[in-house]
Design a protein around this ligand. Structure first.
Ligand code: SF4
Length: 213
């Protein structure tokens, strides 16, 4: 007789609850640090987003989608960040209707001073690397399936996108727009991101590590 397998339903529910708890905990920590700086959580979230958004995603509308909040809240937050000299804004050279946003040196300094992911990195440093890799694989697979089922966007990192193509050592291309991407672009987040398969992500990681040798 085949051995009985544990019912995956409770583990799946626990996984979701754990992911939500991690999100709440890190958000609480970020809120505390924002208060110390005389800012609100949404201001820091906007700074953290704009520090990593690529050229297709560094706009007020993309930030509104990312935060899942109202246009009014985002507009007020951006006005405050502009007044404080923490962000800049500039009109797109090709399409004058598009306004790009980014962090000033002062904004970047404020964000760096927060040690944005220091608690998370310290917590994970205590775990064995193979456990982290297994958790990464499970969560990546679940996220990809969820994205396919719901059709919702994930604002993921470019190099993990289905549309990301490697053309050389430091030469990449977006198959969606056809435009070249730099190594720096590949580390930014994008509103058009569609998560690649776990197998594809593994193959890219192997290629990157072979190139580093
Ligand atoms: S490859 Fe994906 S994440 Fe990167 S720019 Fe293209 S659509 Fe955006």
């Amino acid at each position: 007789m085949a051995p009985m397998r544990d019912d995956p339903a409770p583990a799946a529910a626990r996984l979701l609850e754990t992911a939500a708890c991690i999100g709440r905990l890190l958000q609480g920590e970020l809120r505390r640090r924002a208060t110390e700086l005389g800012l609100q959580l949404v201001h820091l979230q906007a700074l953290a987003y704009l520090a990593r958004a690529n050229r297709y995603s560094d706009t007020a509308i993309a930030l509104t989608e990312y935060l899942g909040t109202s246009k009014g809240t985002v507009s007020q937050s951006l006005q405050l960040l502009l007044r404080e000299g923490l962000i800049w804004r500039t009109t797109d050279e090709k399409d004058r209707r598009v306004i790009h946003l980014g962090l000033t040196a002062r904004g970047r300094k404020a964000l760096n001073a927060l040690g944005f992911l220091s608690e998370w990195n310290a917590a994970l440093a205590a775990l064995p690397p193979d456990e982290i890799a297994a958790a990464d694989e499970a969560m990546t697979g679940a996220l990809r399936k969820l994205q396919r089922r719901t059709g919702n966007l994930t604002f993921g990192v470019c190099r993990s996108c289905d549309h990301f193509r490697i053309e050389g050592a430091d030469a990449f291309r977006c198959a969606l727009t056809g435009e070249p991407l730099s190594a720096q672009d590949s580390a930014l987040i994008c509103r058009e991101h569609r998560l690649a398969t776990v197998q594809e992500l593994r193959a890219r990681a192997r290629l990157a590590s072979a190139r580093r040798r």
